[in-house]
Design a protein around this ligand. Structure first.
Ligand code: PLP
Length: 462
């Protein structure tokens, strides 16, 4: 792409940004000595910054979002056409794209039945929590209101979503939190809490049961899990885990909520991450890849059984889901989501994700063989992580600054944008993250791997 404007043309934008913008997840001190990054254009996997420099974005908009890649005119057209016809009406009414997308979505999710629209992953999860709480009141006299979440998982940024956050870095300093959320142990076998044991997956799932029994099964109504933990370290639950979790939820009558905000919409090579494991959730939440960032949309999808809990008593004026999300009624979201889904299907992007994901994983194993600093590589589809350690034997995580230096080197020397997971436990911000758009090719992945290879060599040498 030929960016015709030079760096000087954007100097006013840069100054406005520096003066007025409060950037997400950023310490602003650095902008006293360096310009903020402003992304001007994108096409496919590539973005261009204010200086006209091209970058390969290996993290889909920084946070696993732009699944179908940048510059999709057909999505923009679908959104424009919808907005001029009908932009908005509150979600108590329906819309053409809303009803059509819900139908298509449910067709990809056997066993699921109803779609509730809102705007962000946090909000989608909050809806699920409210559903658990209202069922607890309607059906269990206010008991079974507790919701379990897992160490290292993340479910959003609002105070209640943070109340279910297994990452210290995200929670610290934002309490007090909403009561009734209880943590269960993580399931990262590489960092087993129980030593080197057989059936780690069963043990990790049984640890959930122990928490349920400790809290009292009659107090626990919901369990929320990421199918594969994203920001907490790209953690795929070990063998046996999901079957046991499902058994435990059934045994204690606990609603299983799967947070597909990252894994949903093809990221791991199936429509949804849970579909790799034969899980039958009660609720599924999704956001990022649903419209690949072309419009804001999130969904809380439930089974018919969950939905039916809300029409149980027609004589009770309070027995419906008394929730609204103003912009959950914005028709741009489902219009973009419909076209996003068409692209995923027509361009066979789930198949591509499997093929290119396997290639990427093979290359990451190659890097691990070459660089002692890589302790573990993990992932599924185009959703991979490489955990950095200072010593393979002790598995001591590298200092966070090392992982940061690798990310910065990829950016500065090869113009490749990679990510880093969050600090789940103090000092554990050490997993490099790759989640390129699902249109990636082998040569794109070679470029990414070469950048990381060079970065690791340079950073370790220093
Ligand atoms: N759930 C998961 C697994 C996420 O990774 C995120 C965001 O990164 C969220 C929920 C929250 O989504 P949002 O930022 O759209 O509120």
């Amino acid at each position: 792409m030929d960016l015709t404007q030079s760096v000087n043309d954007y100097s006013e934008i840069v100054e406005n940004d520096r003066e007025f913008i409060w950037h997400h997840l950023s310490q602003h001190k650095k902008y006293e000595t360096q310009d903020p990054l402003i992304i001007i254009e994108g096409k496919g996997l590539r973005v261009w910054n204010q200086a006209g420099r091209e970058h390969l974005d290996a993290v889909s908009g920084g946070v696993w979002t732009v699944n179908v890649g940048y510059g999709r005119e057909t999505i923009a057209d679908a959104v424009r056409d919808q907005l001029v016809k009908m932009n908005y009406f509150a979600g108590s009414a329906g819309s053409i794209p809303g009803a059509t997308f819900a139908n298509q979505l449910i067709s990809k999710m056997p066993g699921m039945s109803r779609v509730y629209y809102s705007n962000s992953g946090s909000e989608a999860n909050e809806k699920a929590y409210k559903i658990v709480r209202q069922i607890s009141h309607n059906k269990h006299g206010g008991k079974k209101s507790k919701i379990l979440y897992r160490e290292r998982d993340y479910h959003g940024t609002t105070i209640t979503a943070l109340s279910s956050c297994g990452q210290g870095e995200r929670r610290d300093q934002y309490g007090p939190f909403t009561p009734g959320f209880v943590e269960v142990p993580h399931c990262l076998e590489y960092r087993s809490q129980w030593g080197d044991i057989e059936d780690y997956g069963i043990k990790a799932a049984n640890a959930i049961e122990e928490v349920i029994l400790r809290e009292g099964a009659d107090t626990v109504g919901g369990l929320i899990l990421e199918p594969i933990t994203a920001g907490g370290g790209v953690i795929e639950p070990p063998k046996g885990y999901w079957d046991r979790v499902q058994e435990i939820c059934a045994k204690y009558d606990i609603l299983l909520i799967i947070d597909e905000v990252v894994c949903g919409m093809g990221r791991t090579g199936t429509w949804f991450g849970y579909q790799h494991y034969g899980v039958k959730p009660d609720m599924v939440t999704m956001a990022k890849g649903v419209a690949s960032g072309y419009a804001a949309i999130s969904c809380t999808v439930t089974t018919e059984a969950v939905f039916n809990e809300f029409k149980a008593d027609p004589d009770d004026p309070m027995s419906y889901f008394r929730d609204i999300s103003t912009f959950g009624g914005c028709a741009a979201g489902p219009a973009a989501a419909l076209e996003n889904m068409r692209i995923l299907e027509d361009e066979n992007l789930l198949e591509n994700t499997v093929t290119i994901g396997e290639y990427l994983m093979e290359k990451l194993h190659g890097l691990k063989a070459k660089h002692q600093i890589i302790g573990d590589v993990r992932g599924k589809g185009l959703f991979c992580g490489a955990e950095l350690v200072s010593d393979r034997e002790s598995k001591m995580p590298v200092d966070e600054s090392i992982a940061q230096a690798v990310v910065a080197d990829c950016f500065a020397n090869n113009a490749v944008i990679i990510g880093m997971t969050n600090r789940s436990l103090r000092g554990m911000n050490n997993t490099l993250c790759l989640s390129p758009a699902l249109i990636s090719t082998k040569s794109d992945m070679d470029e990414v791997i070469d950048a990381i290879d060079g970065a690791l060599t340079r950073v370790v040498a220093q």
